[in-house]
Ligand binder design. Structure first.
Ligand SMILES: Nc1nc2c(ncn2[C@@H]2O[C@H](COP(=O)(O)OP(=O)(O)OP(=O)(O)O)[C@@H](O)[C@H]2O)c(=O)[nH]1
Length: 334
């Protein structure tokens, strides 16, 4: 629940992204999750984006009572982003319910999370929870797309391993260990345990409570630093930046962010070249920051979108509040 100007407050709708490589078992898991939520009387709506198959998937899923919306365009992280945002802006979700989104298996999940976190249309949702579905048999045998498959796991709050009956115990242990290494805070879950967690998150969000209750903590990603206990599992947060900053100050703030941060994307103006708005990306573990000029763009709102799991939101906000604003050159007119 967030305070609004004038003292009003709004509750946010939990948003779940179901991700994983092509054919990993996302739709199968989504169907099991829908059944498990129905059994718990937790309402939901569904969005599917699966190349040309979206309508096929949607038709299969519509046998339930839920609203199922198909996005047919190629990919919600790029060419269909606009349509996806419009759907997120309009879709009706039952009161006290959740929104489930099956993301196309070729998506750049981090870009999608960054877009959801930054966009106005998504303010009525929580920062996403991300379930990653990994096929134990085919995991990392997808060259040249192994890197994309690994990246889809990095920001996961929950993981599901499929096709377990097709592999031996040694292979299964290897895949589990690889997923854990890429996303140490993700909790391996079943449709049933995730539905239990979502029911609690939806209930607390509806009641406007800030913290997930103790029972849900058992299903939360493990937080290995004491003061992070109780931080939610969500994958991202947004911060405002000063209108102009010095490059060295911004880079230092980014480097000093906590280890839960996987990537930061944003828009800024640097004191060194204040006339050219820039987009920036900070990538871990290299801790490198790249800046790209946004030519032909003037009116940016300097913002950072922080991506990671179990982000200590208070600590991160405080770090950005300490980032000094730089003076504009006296003759500069924004
Ligand atoms: N043996 C086995 N088959 C599975 C499992 N999960 C899914 N499948 C099958 O794998 C095929 C693909 O599953 P889907 O759930 O459609 O996978 P998807 O990730 O949604 O696929 P795309 O939408 O094409 O990316 C289907 O035939 C499923 O029945 C599993 O755990 N074990």
């Amino acid at each position: 629940m967030d305070a609004q100007p004038g003292g009003k407050s709004v509750s946010r709708i939990p948003l779940v992204l179901i991700t994983g490589f092509l054919g990993a078992g996302k739709t199968t898991f989504l169907r099991a999750l829908m059944t498990a939520l129905q059994a718990r009387k937790t309402g939901f709506s569904v969005v599917v984006n699966d190349f040309e198959n979206a309508e096929v998937d949607a038709t299969r899923l519509r046998s339930s009572d839920a609203t199922v919306t198909a996005i047919n365009g190629s990919c919600v992280c790029c060419s269909s982003l606009h349509e996806f945002m419009a759907v997120l802006g309009d879709i009706e979700v039952p009161r006290g319910g959740v929104l489930l989104v099956e993301v196309n298996g070729a998506s750049d999940v981090m870009s999608l999370i960054a877009a959801i976190t930054a966009r106005h249309e998504c303010r009525r949702f929580t920062s996403p929870l991300q379930v990653t579905v990994a096929d134990a048999q085919r995991w990392q045998k997808r060259s040249p797309q192994d890197e994309l498959e690994r990246e889809q796991v990095q920001t996961a709050t929950h993981s599901v391993i499929t096709h377990v009956e097709e592999v031996n115990e040694e292979r299964l242990a290897q895949v589990r260990a690889a997923v854990k290494e890429l996303s140490p805070r993700a909790v391996e879950c079943s449709a049933e345990s995730l539905a239990d967690y979502l029911r609690l998150v939806a209930a607390t969000t509806r009641l406007g409570r800030q913290d997930v209750p103790k029972k849900a903590a058992l299903l939360q990603p493990a937080m290995h630093r004491h003061h992070h206990e109780g931080e939610r599992a969500f994958t991202s947060m947004r911060v405002d930046l000063p209108f102009v900053v010095r490059r060295a100050d911004l880079e230092q703030t980014l480097r000093e962010l906590p280890e839960e941060v996987v990537r930061v994307k944003g828009l800024c103006r640097l004191a060194e070249i204040p006339t050219v708005p820039l987009s920036f990306q900070h990538v871990r573990p290299q801790a490198e920051t790249w800046f790209l000029p946004l030519l032909g763009t003037q009116g940016i709102v300097p913002t950072g979108v922080i991506i990671g799991v179990g982000l200590p939101a208070g600590e991160i906000s405080a770090q950005f509040q300490r980032l000094p604003a730089a003076d504009l050159l006296p003759d500069y007119q924004p």
